[in-house]
Design a protein around this ligand. Sequence first.
Ligand SMILES: Nc1ncnc2c1ncn2[C@@H]1O[C@H](COP(=O)(O)OP(=O)(O)OP(=O)(O)O)[C@@H](O)[C@H]1O
Ligand SMILES: [Mg+2]
Length: 310
Amino acid sequence: MAMIVVEGVTKVFRDFIAVDGISFIVEEGSVFGFIGPNGAGKTTTLSMIATLLEPDAGEITVGGFNTIDYPQAVRSLIGYMPDHVGMYDGVRIWEYLDFFAAAYRIDGPARKRVIEDTLELTDLAGVRDKLISTLSKGMRQRLVLAKTLLHDPKVLLLDEPAAGLDPRARIELRVLLKELQKMGKTIVISSHILTELSDMCDSVGIVEGGRMVTSGSVDSILARRDPMQRLKIRVLDDAERAANTLRSIERVSEVERDNGYVTFSYSGAESGIPALLKGLLEQDVNIVSVEHASRNLEDVFMSVTRGEIR
Ligand SMILES: Nc1ncnc2c1ncn2[C@@H]1O[C@H](COP(=O)(O)OP(=O)(O)OP(=O)(O)O)[C@@H](O)[C@H]1O
Ligand SMILES: [Mg+2]
């Protein structure tokens, strides 16, 4: 079932078209990566799904509810984590969550239980008494996410949750998102570069200048952009000679050498690879390892976006 349907949505600020006829569908329980450079329209689109902005054209439904006609129903389904969140520095972690749980009208013993569960899930139980002013960026992000989870939303809209996090905090965030994915949540996550999260995205959409430039499953996007096989071999001795030998072979292109590694594109079928390797070995190219050097989302992102500043 489609949980989020965005259909031909446009948003204009005065005479500036921030979002220009964007459409995509997010299936229930799936993770959708919304990638685009600065000013692409990611935040504007997420705000419209979150019912904070109204589209000028097009339609958005969440769980079958139209965001214009049934904003309350949509709000109870979603947890929205904005890109910037003001925090009360002099407040402790549990107090912060207690405040928002009360705002969500979670009362009585349920509130304590919900807060405990959320602290546990976001790995903040051990620091529940810390003041917000003393938290690292990664902990703050987890706390904002904890707040977003209090009312147990079915859908999570996360606007650049990984921004500004160090590698460890990013990995921790990814573990947490995987956990939420397992719990059956539908997740939309925006980012400039989604490589680190791409393995957990069922599908992605790349936006630029308010338009969707490509969308679909990560595999289908990679395959569509790149029908060639990309292979990486390590050779025992002269890699430059190996590279030159490869350059002379039909169906081989884009040969790049990096220390003892040679990476190249091969336009034939997979079944042609053994013969290709055999040919190299016969020409005394001593191959010690072969691997697929698949292009990643970052490459696709760079190739489909133009980097124009608006
Ligand atoms: N309230 C507003 N009034 C006028 N222009 C706006 C408004 N909000 C956004 N914009 C413009 O719309 C465009 C899209 O902005 P948006 O914040 O959606 O992009 P984004 O993809 O989230 O970018 P970033 O990666 O920097 O967060 C930008 O050019 C921005 O300047
Ligand atoms: Mg943004």
